[in-house]
Design a protein around this ligand. Structure first.
Ligand code: R2B
Ligand code: URA
Length: 390
């Protein structure tokens, strides 16, 4: 099989906006030698920080005003683009109006967790909904993914595994393009198995590798194997790590994340429906990946890192370990404990977003809210009075 580096055809694929959309976007100025690196609002970029950006040309992924540009010339030629799994479309929805102010896209496995995350981030950033309104699942009619929007934060469930997160990323990256979002930052907040780390440890991924320790996502496109580097943003990793509080009653570490296509055999578990290896084989493998710097295993980071990197979008993966795989295979912690552990990566991402908004002067912890209680005693009385009305 021929192996093609997916960046090879990049220049052929550089899209430019259609005349209609071009008129809304700033004129495209060509900078032949400008390479993409993340313009970070927290820290000035240093030369040594941009090595990961190697093959991605800024012109291929951004318009001069910072809005997301697609590496696919077909999209702008289409009459409308239906984001089928999100139940949204460029012809049916005003995507600029709906999503133009997005800065952060936070993804996690389940719809429930992402709904909870939406309420958490809403409280953290002081985003107030108009009185009498509530958050709505924007993608509810897709019956695939759930999506909640809280001001500049989009919270989306990605399901389990590379194919699920891959489909979602295609559509969310297109959504960023249609909505003219500027320099978005993507986070995956998830769970994982630790390699030498006890349950409840927070892991910020430095990079993603596959089950054979390769730092690439491999796709078969038109019968050919295409490899995409699975790189994450080093600066965001450092910033997230710096936001870990020494007072946190758990460790926050960084390291390589292994991403597999399966939870059982693929992660060397002895307790799947099938197992053709011994406990010794399993321990030898886990010890060897541990020696190579792998600190955790999960199932989405490879696609998450590879597709965001290909799109020139800053991204980070933050997971909590549910167990130490050097000690066992089954997730045994009680539900309340698991629930508390799953709050931990969320807290770190909330701190990151809050700090960004604070620095931009966009954190509003006052203002109009849904229900604002001045006196809990009087509030209770009014509620009781109302309840007695028939
Ligand atoms: C972590 O947990 C899920 C498997 O239980 C999978 O989505 C992952 O990456
Ligand atoms: N998710 C995984 O993919 N693996 C684990 O061991 C735990 C959660």
């Amino acid at each position: 099989m021929e192996v093609v580096d997916s960046c090879e055809h990049q220049n052929e694929c550089n899209g430019s906006r259609s005349s209609e959309s071009q008129s809304k976007a700033t004129t495209h100025v060509h900078h032949p030698h400008r390479k993409f690196h993340d313009t970070n609002e927290f820290e000035e970029p240093k030369q040594k920080d941009v090595e990961h950006a190697d093959a991605v040309d800024v012109e291929s992924v951004r318009y001069p005003d910072g809005t997301v540009r697609l590496r696919n010339p077909n999209i702008e030629l289409m009459d409308q683009d239906i984001l089928y799994h999100l139940a949204l479309g460029s012809g049916s929805h005003d995507l600029v109006e709906m999503f133009g102010d997005v800065k952060f896209v936070c993804m996690g496995g389940t719809p429930k967790r992402m709904e909870q995350f939406a309420y958490t981030i809403m409280a953290e950033i002081g985003h107030k909904l108009p009185c009498g309104t509530t958050l709505q699942d924007i993608s509810q009619f897709s019956y695939r993914y759930s999506m909640y929007k809280v001001g500049p934060v989009l919270c989306i469930s990605h399901g389990m595994g590379i194919p699920s997160v891959g489909i979602l990323l295609h559509e969310v990256i297109k959504l960023m393009y249609h909505a003219r979002v500027r320099d978005p930052v993507f986070f995956r907040i998830g769970t994982c198995g630790g390699i030498g780390y006890e349950g409840g440890t927070v892991v910020i991924s430095e990079e993603a590798v596959d089950g054979a320790l390769r730092n690439v996502l491999e796709l078969t496109v038109l019968g050919k194997i295409v490899q995409r580097p699975a790189k994450l943003d080093k600066r965001v990793v450092r910033e997230l790590k710096a936001l870990a509080d020494p007072e946190d009653p758990y460790d926050t570490i960084t390291g390589k994340t292994m991403c597999t296509y399966d939870f059982y055999e693929g992660q060397g578990r002895l307790d799947g429906a099938f197992c053709d290896f011994t406990e010794n084989d399993k321990m030898e493998y886990l010890e060897s990946i541990h020696k190579s710097g792998v600190v955790n295993i999960e199932m989405e980071s490879l696609a998450f890192a590879a597709l965001t990197h290909h799109a020139g979008i800053k991204a980070a993966v933050i997971c909590v370990t549910l167990l130490d795989r050097l000690k066992g295979d089954q997730v045994l912690a009680p539900k309340e404990v698991l629930d508390e552990w799953q709050q931990r990566p969320t807290k770190l991402v909330c701190r990151y977003i809050k700090r960004y908004l604070q620095m931009k002067g966009r954190l509003s912890l006052d203002g109009h809210g849904s229900v604002s209680v001045k006196s809990p005693r009087r509030f209770k009385l009014v509620q009781q009075e109302s309840e007695t009305y028939d």
